[in-house]
Design a protein around this ligand. Sequence first.
Ligand SMILES: [Zn+2]
Length: 278
Amino acid sequence: MSGQTPPTRTLLTHEALIKSSLEELPTVVFPALFKEVFAGRHTNLLKAMVAAWPFPCLPVGPLIKKPNLETLQALLDGVDMRLTREFHPRCLMTPFETFSITQCLISQRDFDFFSCSHNLFKLKHLEIRGMILYALDLMPLRGLLQKVADTLEFLDFQWCRMKDSQINALLPALSQCTHLNQINFYHNDFSMSTLKELLQHTANWSKMNVEQCPAPLQCYNELGHVSVERFVQLCQELMYTLRAIRQPKSISFATDSCHKCCKPCVYDQDPILCSCFQ
Ligand SMILES: [Zn+2]
């Protein structure tokens, strides 16, 4: 028994027609169609859809299950096309308020490209999670943060494995992001001195509600295991450092997941240790 063909699949057989009529397509059709186009790697149509995307947010993170550079490139080309069209009366362009890219590989070129996109100048929500950044030059990202300093409210850099030099490069821009109310830097590799430096650049974060930072590298012994004594002592010291600057509402420091029980040690008001230490 043949089931009914989903309408988006039917539409995809007429790729050229869709491309030419994207402006007239009902906005309600866009999300489902985009999913099909993304999954089917119809890169030309993908570019055109990003360029004509009618919503302020384009959540592509959940769609990228396996890194696919061709699809990612098409996505970035679409952002570029949006940028080009911005100069037309298009009064049709809505700058993105949310940009989320998670768990994929990215080249320096692609990273530079999206960081420089003028279409992201009103971002409120920036999520770059699970993208390994330690080998990249983050100066373009600093430029992006400076550009969105007046609008950015949410910043997620979890699992990026940034190094000291990289977060240090971002500090001048981060300190200007005075509307931030939530940040997550868990699973990056920062030393104690860099974490202190980071906190000292946050005096203007008066709207901050929730801050999540990695525990300093000095918490781990030479085998990569957490030393509880050092973890507690260093996190306490970081709390004192921050409280001398401003009163945080909620801040926590977390280690990487334990090798044995897969849980982190988290220092909030008090230390919550992984199962192995309880
Ligand atoms: Zn454990």
